[in-house]
Design a protein around this ligand. Structure first.
Ligand SMILES: [Zn+2]
Length: 284
C-alpha cells in the first residue's frame, strides 16, 4: 500500500529538533467509517471501536511499525470485546466479538495490547480501565505501566449521522533524554487532552502536528498510509478448515454442499467446493 492522496487516511511521524520527542499524528476517518459499516457497529460502541482503532494504529506506528498489533477492549469477565487489528503498511480491520453479550455485560474494563513477533510468538500486556475511563486514558496508562514509555496522547471519533471524523496523536519522550522537557510538553498539551474540538470534516493531521508543535522546531519524517483492508484469503480459510478434526471435514464432504464461510472482519464470503475439502483430507 502506498500513500497517494492527502485526502486518504495517513499517519505522519515527526521528531523535535532537540531530539526529545517523537510525535505521531493520524487521521483514520475512512478506515473507521469502513470498519463501523462492515461490523454494523451499534451506536453504543461505535465511538469506542473508532477510538480503539486509532489508538492501536498509533501504538503500532510508534512502538512496532513492522509488526501486527491488536488492541482489545473487553467488558467485565470478557463477556464481549472490541478488537482493532493493525498490520504493517497501515492495513487495518476491526471486529465486535460476542456482540449479543454487549447489552448484558458492564462497560469495557480492560485494554489488552498484543504484538505478533516475527517468530510468531505473542507479546502482550493488559491494563485495567477505571469506571468511566476513556480509551485515551486507558492507552496512556498502558504506555506507562506496560511499556514504561512517557507518552501523552489523545484519540477521538466524532460521529454525526452517517459521517465520521477520526484521528489522534501520540507524543513520546525519547529514551535517555531526562524528564525535564516532559513538564514543558505536558503543559503545552493541556489544550489537547481531547481532540474532539478538532475533529471537523476538514480535520488534517498536518494541522494537528503544527498545532501540537507550534513554534517548536521539528522535522517531519515519513508519511504512511492507513486504510480498512482485510488480509483474509481463500488459502487462510482453507488453512483454518484443515485444523478441524478429520471426521468433521468428512461429514462436510458427505453433505455434498458448497460450504459458505464469511470473514468476520470484512464480511467477504468464501465458497468452498466439496472437491476442495477432499483435497484437504488427502493432504493431512
Ligand atoms: Zn476479511
Amino acid at each position: 500500500m502506498s500513500f497517494e492522496h492527502e485526502s486518504d487516511d495517513h499517519a505522519i511521524r515527526a521528531i523535535t529538533d532537540d531530539a526529545s520527542f517523537r510525535v505521531i499524528v493520524a487521521r483514520t476517518t475512512k478506515t473507521v467509517q469502513g470498519i463501523l459499516k462492515a461490523q454494523e457497529a451499534p451506536a453504543s460502541v461505535a465511538s469506542s471501536l473508532g477510538d480503539l482503532l486509532t489508538a492501536t494504529v498509533l501504538f503500532r506506528e510508534t512502538m512496532s511499525p513492522g509488526l501486527r498489533v491488536q488492541g482489545i477492549l473487553s467488558t467485565q469477565g470478557g463477556g464481549a470485546s472490541l478488537v482493532a487489528d493493525s498490520a504493517p503498511e497501515g492495513r487495518t480491520r476491526g471486529l465486535i466479538q460476542n456482540r449479543a453479550a454487549l447489552a448484558s455485560t458492564g462497560p469495557f474494563d480492560t485494554l489488552r495490547m498484543m504484538r505478533t513477533l516475527h517468530n510468531g510468538s505473542i507479546n502482550q500486556g493488559t491494563v485495567h480501565i477505571d469506571a468511566g475511563g476513556s480509551t485515551t486514558q486507558a492507552m496512556m496508562a498502558y504506555m506507562q505501566n506496560s511499556e514504561q514509555v512517557d507518552t501523552m496522547l489523545a484519540v477521538g471519533t466524532r460521529i454525526t449521522g452517517d459521517s465520521v471524523v477520526a484521528g489522534g496523536y501520540m507524543v513520546q519522550l525519547l529514551p535517555e533524554v531526562g524528564k525535564a522537557p516532559l513538564a514543558v510538553m505536558a503543559e503545552r498539551l493541556e489544550d489537547f487532552r481531547t481532540i474532539d474540538h478538532l475533529l471537523t470534516p476538514g480535520f488534517s493531521p498536518e494541522e494537528l502536528l503544527n498545532e501540537l508543535l507550534y513554534r517548536m522546531p521539528h522535522t517531519r519524517l515519513e508519511t504512511t498510509p492507513i486504510a480498512f483492508e482485510c488480509w483474509c484469503s481463500e488459502s487462510r480459510v482453507l488453512g483454518a478448515l484443515a485444523t478441524l478434526p478429520r471426521e468433521e471435514i468428512q461429514s462436510m464432504i458427505d453433505d455434498g454442499q458448497v460450504l459458505e464461510i464469511g470473514c468476520d472482519y470484512c464480511r467477504k464470503e468464501y465458497r468452498v467446493q466439496p472437491t476442495t475439502l477432499v483435497g484437504l483430507i488427502q493432504q493431512s
